[in-house]
Design a protein around this ligand. Structure first.
Ligand SMILES: [Cu+2]
Length: 137
């Protein structure tokens, strides 16, 4: 096959046109939906069903959780010392608390089901500097 100047001209023309159409097509679709995925990704969906909060190294992990109402939270003590979950609304005594556990030994857990939306701060009544929050949606 012989490449005449005329054939080479047409090949170059087709390549240039093809590139132009491809670039125009890309920029056209990219400008339609630039920010929709980033806004939805920044808001994690609330946990539903059941969730575990570990008590480890004198801290709640995760310290703050967001759950849907009706979700059961189970705190499990992974430390060798006792910890005791207490809803902040009760101050330092369990009376009047929405949720309060016994003093939990290592490996023991305590569960509470959150039925009403709201923000529920809590702490360890043995170590009051240990703080956590359950956000119910
Ligand atoms: Cu504690």
């Amino acid at each position: 096959m012989k490449y005449t100047p005329e054939k080479v001209y047409w090949v170059i023309l087709v390549v240039i046109l093809g590139t132009f159409i491809t670039v125009a097509g890309c920029t056209g679709t990219a400008s339609v939906s630039p920010s929709t995925p980033t806004t939805t990704a920044s808001t994690p969906a609330p946990v539903t069903g059941a969730v575990t909060v570990n008590i480890q190294n004198f801290a709640f992990s995760p310290a703050s959780i967001t759950i849907s109402h009706g979700t059961t939270v189970t705190w499990v003590n992974q430390d060798s010392v006792n910890h005791q979950i207490l809803n902040d609304a009760a101050g330092t005594f369990a009376e009047g608390a929405l949720f309060s556990s016994d003093s939990l030994l290592n490996g023991k857990g305590y569960s509470f089901t959150f039925d009403t939306p709201g923000t529920y701060p809590y702490h360890c009544s043995i170590h009051p500097y240990m703080k956590g929050t359950v956000i119910v949606t």
